[in-house]
Design a protein around this ligand. Structure first.
Ligand code: VG1
Ligand code: CO
Length: 543
């Protein structure tokens, strides 16, 4: 098949963010945009000649076409084999598992995750390395450097591969193996949680609603929950992946999964409600009338993981991203295990997991995961929760009440201000940064600042340092405010303000987050001067 070296020039703005490169779909479809980035990935990782790669995505608009281009480029660059999920589908955790299982050199995951999909929405592409995890900053820096120097890319001319046909095909000298996207992942889950116990729970009449949000987890959840574990048909809703996620926003939080929230707070609520995001790595957990914040979910899983077979001997340690609440720190301290604080983004957990320093990790943005893969894993979290519910026989609300009684409750909320003028957002952060050195010990709106800094992370495994990872201000009495700019948005800047307040008084563990966070919210808005600096009065999303 004819191989072409296509001349190109660097395209601005191909710097990977928190999780790969995310842009408007129309930008990804511009001439050479995808091709430049794919060639830069290949060059940035030292070429793909003779290598095996895993390729798959969340099924959003442009997924199939982009996969055909990637396969033609992988063949032209001399890759030995591409392992592709049937229909081009692989959830992010399933892709991570497949890379590890097949000892592939890495993988290309096509997704903009929780961002909406469609011709007018978002697309994304991410490279994961041989450990199955998102490329580290040193690798993404190399990829970015290649995007600024590229002058040609390699591609073969060929017909499209049939992505629906399981089995092996040839593309020039490269093998393309189309695999069932669910089977290997489901087999892995069986080695982690107790399928018999969970089956018995469902057989006993336990009810559940899994909102797949028209995204990639639908086939996985249907096969495992309804197929293997005997949950009644209809347990999974919105279970067929659609290119534009049914016109929705596949972000599992109380705002975007509102239908599920309404159901869980109604008289007809099932025992357990969950949702997952576009690419299947996030999860939302809600019991009857009991929403569980992702930070609390991480704390609960840490406290109870030993009830599942894979973690019966306890956890090596845990890790949370910096803005995630400190609830898990309290549980870890009581268990006598290490708790690491990392920058936002799963790529920072990889080294800790590879080195065996942590078993569980999580983020406030609805991601939890363990050492079974190197990505966060929405369905895994749901199964671990089910295992814990089955073993304890308690409700979600009771489990949380027990956790708070023992460790105190970290009331928590995140305010997102989206599509803010980028210069104004940067100016707000700069001004706040300028105040940090003089804040310690001062009293602001009735709260006394205990510590204030800009978070920098020194990786304890490879010694690499990541600076500028968000501003954190801790107050006496267990309150904290964190400020950072999103690295996944595709329009303007998104300012995230994370608020936290610890409460240990047994009489104040069932208050509303709004009431308990009012003081720290006023203080955070005052300190950042957000309204004056950006013109914004209300956040777009509060979770
Ligand atoms: C957000 C979340 C972060 C998460 C990232 C990718 O990043 O805050 O915790 O790791 O999305 O998640 P940012 O930079 O926008 O705050 V996913 O499920 O979109 O891959
Ligand atoms: Co995601």
């Amino acid at each position: 098949m004819p191989m072409q070296n296509v001349r190109t020039t660097p395209i601005d703005g191909q710097k990977p963010g928190t999780s790969g490169l995310r842009k408007k779909t129309a930008v990804f479809k511009r001439p050479h945009f995808l091709e430049n980035y794919v060639q830069s990935i290949f060059d940035g990782i030292g070429g793909v000649e003779g290598k095996d790669l895993v390729v798959g995505g969340d099924g959003r608009f442009f997924n199939d076409d982009a996969i055909q281009i990637i396969l033609r480029m992988a063949a032209a660059n001399g890759a030995a084999k591409c392992i592709v999920g049937q229909g081009g589908i692989l959830s992010t955790p399933a892709a991570s598992h497949l890379i590890r299982l097949r000892k592939a050199s890495g993988g290309l995951i096509l997704s903009a995750s929780h961002n909406p999909g469609g011709p007018d929405a978002d697309f994304g592409l991410k490279y994961n390395g041989p450990n199955g995890g998102p490329a580290s900053e040193s690798v993404t820096d190399k990829i970015f450097a290649c995007t600024t120097k590229i002058d040609f890319y390699k591609i073969i001319a060929s017909d499209n591969i049939d992505l629906d046909q399981i089995g092996t095909q040839r593309l020039s000298d490269m093998t393309v193996e189309i695999v069932d996207p669910v089977a290997d992942y489901a087999a892995l889950m069986k080695t982690i949680v107790d399928f018999d116990k969970i089956s018995a729970l469902f057989a006993g009449g336990f009810t559940m609603c899994f909102d797949a949000m028209h995204a990639v987890t639908g086939p996985y959840a249907t096969a495992i929950l309804e197929g293997e574990l005997g949950a009644p048909a209809g347990t999974v809703i919105n279970g067929t992946p659609s290119p534009d996620f049914g016109g929705g926003h596949p972000d599992p939080n109380p705002i975007w999964a509102k239908d599920l929230m309404d159901r869980m707070y109604s008289k007809a609520a099932p025992d357990f409600g969950v949702a997952s995001d576009g690419d299947g790595d996030r999860n939302m957990i809600v019991g009857k009338g009991a929403y569980v914040t992702p930070s609390d979910s991480l704390a609960l899983l840490t406290a109870k993981a030993h009830l599942a077979p894979a973690y019966k001997d306890g956890l090596a340690g845990v890790a949370r991203s910096m803005p995630t609440s400190r609830a898990v720190d309290r549980v870890a301290a009581s268990l006598g295990i290490d708790c690491f604080e990392t920058p936002t983004g799963w790529k920072f957990f990889g080294n800790l997991l590879d080195a065996g320093k942590v078993t569980l990790c999580g983020e406030e943005s609805a991601g939890t995961g363990s050492d079974h893969v190197r990505e966060k894993d929405g369905l895994w979290a749901v199964l671990l929760w089910l295992n814990i519910l089955a073993e304890t026989g308690k409700s979600v609300a009771d489990l949380m009440a027990d956790l708070w009684a023992e460790h105190g409750r970290c009331y928590y909320s995140r305010l997102d201000y989206e599509d803010v003028d980028s210069d104004k957002a940067a100016a707000m952060m700069d001004k706040l940064r300028g105040k940090l050195a003089s804040l310690g010990g001062t009293s602001v709106h009735g709260l006394t600042v205990e510590a204030a800094d800009e978070f920098a992370y020194l990786d304890p495994v490879d010694g690499s340092e990541s600076k500028g990872q968000g501003i954190r201000i801790a107050f006496e009495g267990g309150a904290r405010a964190v400020f950072r700019l999103s690295g996944t948005g595709t329009q303007g800047a998104t300012i995230r303000i994370y608020l936290e307040q610890l409460e240990t008084d047994p009489a104040r563990l069932q208050e509303t987050p709004e009431a308990m966070l009012e003081t720290v919210r006023t203080t955070a808005l005052g300190l950042s001067d957000l309204t004056a600096m950006t013109g914004r009065t209300e956040p777009d999303v509060i979770t």
